[in-house]
Design a protein around this ligand. Structure first.
Ligand code: SF4
Ligand code: FES
Length: 333
């Protein structure tokens, strides 16, 4: 089977997708820019391209067009955080297999991939896998994430973007753990990383704690004083955060990160809940990088949200009522 090439400039999305598909048995390469992808396509044949629509330099559709000059039957799936009718039509005219607005259901993506490339040829896989988490041996059904396996034996890995009803997303990275194979160790996102036979996992090692502290400080700068961050700040003994508590709500950040407090940590729970559980897509992300934010789409939200508001309860920062108030204000004009 030819490999898959993921072309995505957002590192978190690119790495999570690559890890997830690799764990599913696919051979996967990745590129963060269109030109880098085209260079890879010059050097090797791919079975499928998964392309972010908006990329720095050459956009996703242009990459597909150019790639097909070399490999005419190459298949492509477009993913985008900025869906529109026009780009969907352009993508379909280009003959892509599908056009998936983010966040999308990973199982749906896997179905498309398997229909395109055929099922992964796996010899005889054992039905269970065994790993060691914090010195305890754990046997779990194949397909179990490290986070689930750890929770099965009572190990509490911190999470901010995980929800049992939603597909794993890997946004907050707070669930990072260290995995060790032989002499090599690396940090992986435990809510998306599947347990493998023989894996050794450390959930509170020095590098893990260091990165969690840094992530918490960054999130604290965006959402100072919100309760889950106060709790985790205390758990990790982050100097200053544990004593500030709710008294800094609305106040300036005391961390080293110079970020405007928006009280949204971009965990995507609201966006995914509305898309995956409610099937409404009344709320979504707009903007990139530091400009990225969550908005209600007034044309849908004004019809769907008044009697729902279920996302309010799952938002870890309580940011949504103020976002939604803008919809109500607009509607009353
Ligand atoms: S509004 Fe709340 S639930 Fe939505 S992305 Fe921001 S922090 Fe997460
Ligand atoms: S990235 Fe795993 S819980 Fe957020």
């Amino acid at each position: 089977m030819k490999p898959i090439l993921i072309v995505e400039d957002e590192a978190i999305m690119r790495e999570s997708l690559q890890d997830w598909l690799t764990d599913g048995g696919y051979e996967v390469e990745s590129a963060s820019q269109g030109d880098e992808a085209l260079k890879a396509i010059e050097e090797q044949d791919f079975g499928l391209l998964i392309l972010d629509l908006r990329l720095p330099g050459t956009d996703g559709l242009e990459v597909l067009r150019k790639a097909r000059e070399r490999q005419p039957k190459l298949n492509g799936i477009i993913i985008t955080a900025y869906p529109s009718v026009q780009t969907a039509v352009d993508a379909m005219k280009e003959g892509v297999i599908d056009y998936l607005p983010k966040p999308f259901d990973l199982n749906e993506l896997e179905k498309l991939i398997s229909q395109t490339l055929g099922p992964v040829q796996v010899e005889i896989r054992p039905k269970t896998v065994t790993c060691v988490i914090d010195d305890r041996e754990v046997e779990v059904p194949q397909g179990t994430t490290i986070l689930e396996a750890a929770r099965n034996i009572g190990i509490d890995i911190p999470t901010l973007c995980h929800h049992e009803k939603l597909a794993p997303y890997g946004a907050c990275r707070l669930c990072m753990v260290e995995i060790i194979r032989g002499q090599r160790s690396r940090l992986v996102t435990s809510c998306v990383y599947l347990v493998e036979d023989g894996l050794v996992v450390k959930t509170e090692s020095e590098p893990v704690v260091k990165i969690r502290k840094m992530l918490l400080e960054l999130m604290w700068a965006r959402a100072p004083g919100v309760q889950p961050l106060v709790n985790y700040g205390m758990r990790y003994g982050i100097s200053g955060l544990e004593t500030q508590g709710n008294s800094v709500l609305g106040g300036a950040s005391k961390t080293k990160f110079e970020v405007e407090p928006t009280f949204c940590i971009l965990c995507g729970l609201c966006v995914r809940y509305c898309a995956e559980v409610k099937g409404k897509n009344a709320i979504g992300f707009i903007g990139r990088g530091t400009e990225r934010e969550v908005v209600f789409f007034p044309e849908i939200a004004s019809k769907e949200c008044a009697n729902c508001k279920e996302c309010f309860a799952i938002c870890p920062t309580g940011a949504l009522p103020s976002h939604y108030a803008l919809v109500e204000t607009d509607a009353s004009k």
